[in-house]
Design a protein around this ligand. Sequence first.
Ligand code: FE2
Length: 300
Amino acid sequence: MNQVIDNSIMMEKAQRLVRGIATLPTIPEISLRVSTLLESPSVDLQKVADLILSDQVLTARVVKIVNSPLFRPLHEITSLRHAVVYLGSRRINEIVLSCSLIKALESNDDEFDIRKFWRHSFGVGIVAGKMAKLLSYPHGEKIYIFGILHNIGKVFLWSHLRHEWTKIIRLVREKQCSFLDAEMRIMGTTHCEIGLCLARQWNFPEEYCDVIAYHHFPANSPRNQLPVALINLADIFYTVAEGEEGVECWTSSKLTEEPSWAILLHAMPALADFDPERFAFELEDEMLEIRKVVDDLFAP
Ligand SMILES: [Fe+2]
């Protein structure tokens, strides 16, 4: 895709598409109430747990996520209160938000495998989190959630802009072009700008907005280039690792050519020792676990 395309025109088109939706998905009430409770410095975590417990689906998902490779506790966590204490107020807030959005954007449709979508998002979260650890990135805990939410515009396209979604998918299949190219040809904008409109509507913090808006072109991000570049690299890495070619196709040279590599290398010289093939090999088991976590999350 031509990166020189005027971003303001793309944003305008995205805003028009999003504004055209009569009832935009909202952040579910429970997530907002959890956030409000957690804002208090003297927060009572039991109250937070009780609130989450009032929603069975949400409770089950939070407990599944806390036991997943994303957080990997030493012992299985079976109670929600334990999960809340283990994760701490900030993480529990982000997980409740992620689970609430998964729920808000759910739809029964056989045409699109929503599990595949979330598997990818969780997978990118795991890859980015592991990379962050390897590189001693200072705010690693947030990186998981960036991974989970980076493609929120795409799931919105599927759930609320079905006409455009269907045309994009058809074009990708017929012309064998990338999803981004197809989005540009059909809508003149992409899931990144659409996701940004939603993130702003939902008052997401600035870092979230930048990751959602620039995860395909991190060099264009005016701020927060490190987390954006980390998600970009993890996205590319996971896309190849989950693809048909498998992990063998990884060669260091491919990754080092990415603009995100240069951005990260500049700030974190440890990246120079990063071995993508070895990393991919170490990830294989976790990828299988992620598949199971996501399938469990969506189990009836
Ligand atoms: Fe994307």
